[in-house]
Design a protein around this ligand. Sequence first.
Ligand code: GLN
Length: 192
Amino acid sequence: TPVIGVLALQGDVREHLIALAAADAVARPVRRPEELAEVDGLVIPGGESTTISKLAVLFGLMEPLRARVADGMPVYGTCAGLIMLADKILDPRSGQETIGGIDMIVRRNAFGRQNESFEATVEVSGVGPVEGVFIRAPWVESVGARAEVLAEHGGHIVAVRQGNALATSFHPELTGDHRMHGLFVDMVRDAG
Ligand code: GLN
């Protein structure tokens, strides 16, 4: 059984721990580099990407996170977690850093002005229709050649995979549908 961590600095950690357990993984919170070293894969939750970025630096996790992602550890980011996996943020707050790993440019709070928070059915390649919960969600402005677009909503990219890195603008951890977590658990199994 794969052991999957949830980066537990800020955000909806508990919901991801529950979804991962439902998808047949052993799930644990990760706050320290020693804990990161012990997991087979990592989820980066939704929350506030600026806060997660600052706490990752403060907890000495930013460089270990970059090293493990660069080394091919499977990683899945939702919403703020998607932002953390982007190689570039179009509109970063001052001092905001990312782990990177996916060749994409993201726009924070992109759906915000039109609609702070909404749900929509999203067709995810390889998974099927998924109920997407969007909360002050980013979208992906553009992806590089190595990144595969898995879903779009309203003409904007909302799910991407590059190698062992998966990211969605929406929050499958809030719906009780564990297929996206199941896809990620399979990625961790395949990498092991
Ligand atoms: N707007 C948040 C950010 O920029 C993301 C919101 C979320 O994770 N629900 O980090």
